[in-house]
Write a protein of this length. Structure first.
Length: 397
């Protein structure tokens, strides 16, 4: 009598925040979802997946998934909330999935499917003033309810895990940490001729300091502008400051800080940077400064380290986890401290050489393979399954 093949449980993945090259919407969370899903089929081969994502390029970039779309404009928050709490909830009820993974904070309120929820940060609890009222209300209420009901939670740093335990009143042993990875493209060497051609194409100066991130309050860009002005006055560096990234929200203080410091001719706003260009931006810069007040992880500093770019970032929240001892840590509330670190990096050849060597070595420990392995094991724990030995594979970038 032939052996019966085990039926693989089918999981639904809510990936509606997956966006590719759409300004700030394709930063951060969207990139985490994309790179996790690229690896997940290899480490969760004992599952079948239905991915709910309306990004038109997703099926071409991601294999081994069944995709479900909607005609609703789910790139807009109100439409996505409506879809999440009505059409998606009804689909889950009809299809009787074994597991639901909500890849960003919230499951449907009327949900009977066993669930896993990914939490990227707790900024809407810690900095509620930085969010529009309706968005803040939905995230706080939806995340709290979803976290309480979920079988397991995934966070992207130990810092966010601690915040979730404290703010959501969930057990520490219910949470698994799946750090973001760093793609192989960030470790590949680029010759000086290519970098010179890139600077010319982007109309960048030979020497510049880089910030990459969405322009929103917690990125702390006004403090960076004031620090850059202090360093310029102290050392008369030839560098300009490049503020790369899409415009987000509540960024009115940035033009005021530029006017206050008199830096109008020293600041460059190139706008949103596509992911495939990021390694060139990092490598063309003399330093990356990322003085965020709070991050769930902080991918730009880690990517800059992988590229060998001297990096300065904050000593708060998850950022020390992201950079270890490979970057200089500063108090984001002190423009003077940011300026001192910037002066040190730009004037000390030996320090820059040490940071260029140490950054890639540190960054290699972060792998999307490992993130997928942790996530797959979270699914098994949520369903009380054992991990088959045959599914193990080595961690690599």
């Amino acid at each position: 009598m032939p052996l019966m093949q085990a039926v693989r449980p089918r999981a639904a993945l809510n990936a509606q925040l997956l966006r590719i090259n759409e300004g700030y919407r394709s930063a951060g969370i969207a990139r985490y979802i994309l790179y996790l899903l690229r690896e997940l089929p290899l480490d969760a081969a004992d599952f079948q997946f239905d991915v709910y994502a309306t990004e038109p390029r997703a099926p071409a970039l991601l294999s081994n998934f069944s995709f479900h779309t909607t005609r609703l404009p789910v790139h807009k928050p109100m439409a996505r909330i409506f879809w999440e709490q009505t059409l998606f909830a009804f689909d889950l009820w009809q299809k009787n999935y074994a597991l639901l993974h909500s890849l960003a904070y919230v499951t449907p309120f009327f949900n009977r499917t066993p669930s896993v929820v990914t939490l990227y940060d707790m900024s809407f609890f810690l900095y509620p003033e930085y969010f529009p009222p309706l968005q803040r209300l939905y995230l706080k209420l939806g995340t709290r309810v979803s976290a309480q009901r979920a079988r397991r939670l995934v966070t992207i740093s130990e810092s966010t895990k601690r915040d979730a335990v404290r703010l959501l009143n969930v057990a520490e042993d219910k949470i698994d940490v799946a750090y973001p990875g760093v793609g192989a493209e960030f470790f590949q060497a680029v010759d000086s001729e290519t970098l010179d051609a890139f600077r010319r194409a982007k109309r960048l100066p030979e020497h510049f300091v880089l910030f990459i991130g969405t322009r929103e309050p917690r990125k702390n860009i006004p403090a960076l502008l004031r620090a850059f002005a202090i360093a310029k006055r102290a050392r008369n560096f030839p560098h300009q400051l490049v503020l790369a990234g899409g415009r987000g929200w509540m960024d009115e203080e940035i033009p005021r800080a530029i006017a206050e410091t008199g830096l109008e001719k020293q600041i460059i706003f190139p706008g949103f940077v596509p992911h495939d260009e990021l390694p060139l931006w990092y490598r063309a810069a003399d330093a990356l400064v990322y003085p965020s007040q709070y991050e769930g992880f902080g991918m730009p500093p880690l990517e800059a380290l992988a590229c060998g770019t001297p990096t300065i970032t904050s000593n708060v929240s998850s950022l020390p986890e992201a950079v270890g001892d490979a970057a200089l840590l500063i108090d984001p509330q002190s423009p003077q401290q940011i300026a001192a670190a910037l002066e040190r990096v730009l004037s000390d050849d030996a320090l820059r050489h040490e940071m260029r060597l140490g950054g890639p070595a540190y960054a290699r420990q972060f792998s999307w393979t490992r993130a997928a392995q942790v996530t797959a094991q979270t699914y098994r724990l949520a369903l009380g399954m054992e991990k088959p030995i045959s599914l193990l594979r080595p961690v690599s970038n």
